[in-house]
Ligand binder design. Structure first.
Ligand code: BDR
Ligand code: CA
Length: 309
C-alpha cells in the first residue's frame, strides 16, 4: 500500500479527500495534518476531527499545524466554505482528539523515520510542508513525492490570476516547488472536470450509511456556493483529485514542465506560471495535470465511499 500524509484545511472537498485517503485499499494513511486556509486552523482541525469521528477513522493521528502563512496574514474562504469552514452538514462534537504533536513536528518525525516511501498530499495552502522543510531539511530525501491540489495553468478562482491554495501562501508554494522532490500538481483545469453532476448525486444517494449521506450534505452546500459565486452548474470536487492521482496513474493526464510561483505581481500574486512550451529554459520541476478521466475518478471515489459502514 502507498503510504501518505494528508495535509488539509477541511473544507468540503478536503473532507472528501480525507475519506478517500483513509479507506482506499491501495493507500495507508499515516497522519492527517491541518493548516489554516479555508478557515483558521482551529476550525479546520475541528472539522478534521468531526469527519474522523463520523467515519470512525480512529487509528490515524490528526495534528494541528500552522495558523498563518509563512510571512503574510491569513486569508480564508468563508464565501465558499462558510463560517465553520465546513458549513452544511449538522455534525455532533468529535469523539476523538488532536495528537499531542504540532503538525510540523509530526511531519518531520514520520518522514525522518521512514524508508523514503511516504507521499505528501497537500490540499490546502503549503505552509506546513514549507515550514517542515525549513525546519528540518534532512526530510527532503525522505519525501517520495508531493501530490498537491493547487494552482492553475490559466485562470484562477480567487483572483483572475490565482488559485486559492497558492494565493493564500505563495512564499510557501515557492519553497515547495523549488524543493527538488517529485511534484504532482493538480490544478483547476483538472479539478473543474471533477464535477458532482446530477447523475453523480443520484449514484451517491444509492449508497447506504452515514458517510455517503454526509458527503451528499457537503455537496449540497458546496453546489450552492459554486452556483452563487461562480455560476457553475455543479460543484468541482478539487481535493480528492490529488489523492486519486496517487492511486490510479490513468485518472489524470500530466505533462512535465517548470512551474514558477508569482509572489510579487501587481495583478498576478499567487499565480502558478506553467511553462508548457519550455520557454523559460528552466528544467521541469513538476508534472502538471491537464485532463481528468471523469468516470475513472468517480468510480474510484464512489467505490471507496461504499466501503464505509
Ligand atoms: C482549493 O481551495 C479550497 O477552497 C478547496 O478546499 C481547494 O483545496 C480550490 O481552489
Ligand atoms: Ca482544500
Amino acid at each position: 500500500r502507498q503510504k501518505l500524509i494528508l495535509d488539509c484545511d477541511p473544507g468540503h472537498d478536503d473532507a472528501i479527500a480525507l475519506l478517500l485517503a483513509a479507506r482506499h485499499p491501495a493507500l495507508e494513511l499515516l497522519a492527517i495534518t491541518t493548516v489554516a486556509g479555508n478557515q483558521s486552523v482551529e476550525k479546520t482541525s475541528l472539522n478534521a476531527l468531526k469527519v474522523c469521528s463520523l467515519a470512525k477513522i480512529l487509528d490515524v493521528p490528526v495534528a494541528k499545524g500552522m495558523n498563518q502563512p509563512l510571512i503574510r496574514p491569513a486569508r480564508h474562504a468563508a464565501d465558499i466554505h462558510g463560517d465553520t469552514g465546513m458549513d452544511g452538514p449538522e455534525m455532533p462534537a468529535p469523539t476523538c482528539s488532536l495528537a499531542p504533536q504540532h503538525a510540523v513536528d509530526l511531519l518531520i518525525d514520520l518522514l525522518l523515520h521512514s524508508a523514503g516511501d511516504i507521499i505528501l498530499v497537500p490540499t490546502g495552502p503549503l505552509t506546513n510542508i514549507a515550514a517542515a522543510i525549513r525546519r528540518e531539511p534532512a526530510i527532503l530525501p525522505k519525501i517520495q513525492g508531493i501530490s498537491l491540489m493547487g494552482g492553475a495553468i490559466s485562470v484562477g478562482n480567487v483572483t483572475a490570476s490565482a488559485e486559492f491554495n497558492i494565493w493564500a501562501d505563495p512564499e510557501a508554494a515557492e519553497l515547495v516547488f523549488a524543493c527538488g522532490r517529485p511534484i504532482t500538481m493538480v490544478p483547476l483545469e483538472v479539478t473543474h472536470q471533477a464535477l458532482a453532476t446530477e447523475e453523480i448525486m443520484q449514484r451517491l444517494h444509492t449508497l447506504p450509511g452515514p458517510v455517503p449521506a454526509f458527503v451528499a450534505d457537503l455537496l449540497h452546500y458546496f453546489a450552492d456556493s459554486y452556483r452563487q459565486v461562480f455560476g457553475f452548474p455543479a460543484p468541482p470536487i478539487h481535493d480528492p483529485c490529488a489523492v486519486a492521482a496517487i492511486i490510479d496513474p490513468d485518472v489524470i493526464a500530466f505533462k512535465e514542465m517548470h512551474v514558477a510561483i508569482e509572489c510579487r505581481g501587481h495583478w498576478t500574486e499567487g499565480r502558478t506560471i506553467c511553462d508548457i512550451y519550455g520557454k523559460s529554459g528552466f528544467s521541469p520541476n513538476a508534472r502538471v495535470g491537464y485532463a481528468l478521466s471523469f468516470e475513472r475518478f468517480w468510480s474510484l471515489l464512489l467505490d471507496t465511499l461504499q466501503l464505509y459502514e
